[in-house]
Design a protein around this ligand. Sequence first.
Ligand code: NDP
Ligand code: PYC
Length: 338
Amino acid sequence: MSDSHVTLTLDEVYDLSCRVLEHNGMSNAHARAIANVITQGQRDECQSHGVYRLLICVHTLRNGKLDPKAEPTIKHVSSGIVAVDAHYANSLLSFETGLPLLVAKARENGIAAMAINNCFHFSALWPEVEAIASEGLVGIAMTPSHSWVAPAGGKKPVFGTNPIAFSWPRPNANPFVFDFATSAIARGDIELHARQNKPIPADWALNQSGNPTTDAQAALKGAMQTFGGHKGSALAAMIELLSGALIGDLTSAQSLAFDAGAGATPCHGELILAFDPKVFLGDAYATSLQQAEALFESITEQGARLPSQRRYDARERSVLHGVKVPKALFQDILQLLE
Ligand code: NDP
Ligand code: PYC
């Protein structure tokens, strides 16, 4: 332990996460699904979606609307669509449960969709699209959150931080993956700045008077900004439509209304898409995968990096040396076991 950080192995992160969640009433199946993704977040040095999330998971558990034991149920909507009802539990066990069916439908039809409904959703999306890529499929995932983000040109929150993630399987390499909020930054990062009393860049958020702010607390009370102005704004609207209206679930504004001031994890739906390149391409499969490799090469050969490379580098370090958790955060997590 250093003055400021505690070092934990990945097994210790997983065990601690399971213990905290089960101690606070989560079923073993849900605790394991959540601990698995939290461990991946901490391993890849995604501080906003690693062990920090345990604080919010437990706050949500104690708030009483989340069902900590509900088992997901599956509905075959059509040959290409599977719907998983989380029954107001967390999303991650639903994802695990529905994934084999999504993969089978994508292999059968070339393309398939999975809607997860009625789920509390806190997690980064790259573990899900990486899981799809590990099956040799192309993946896309998206979800709303709570309406914290103003549309470009406006000052009042309408959208969630609405992440979208994409994966492309690569022969003999980690998949090409990107995963980002359509807000300038994930809200979790602003929360971490607020915890540490650190200023934020002025283009992340507006204060309650609608002016740009560098004060993280003021940003949390005001409105976050989209990334890329009107372009991020349009993508955020698309995510509300595809993973809200299209799958019969809540928009970010409705999710915030459902929360009723509790400050719990957002509750809504998620849409996941899978494409099978072998079905799309037939005999041209190998050539097309090489075409993709040439594209990646033309990015990296000039010194630019692929998205997720920072995560993959962090992953190697964490497997070898463990992860560092700020001491104050570690102590707050231990208190959840009391
Ligand atoms: P970041 O801005 O940190 O990263 C966005 C993406 O861009 C990553 O794939 C990242 O790869 C890549 N990237 C960053 N810098 C470069 C670069 N210089 N060159 C190439 N690629 C780059 O993400 P966000 O803050 O927007 O989101 C963080 C996480 O929060 C996401 O995992 C997201 O799913 C999660 N989230 C979840 C929500 C939910 O409701 N469940 C809501 C909002 C966010 P790398 O990681 O390797 O740097
Ligand atoms: O960081 O924006 C975020 C977020 C919202 C829900 C989970 N994470």
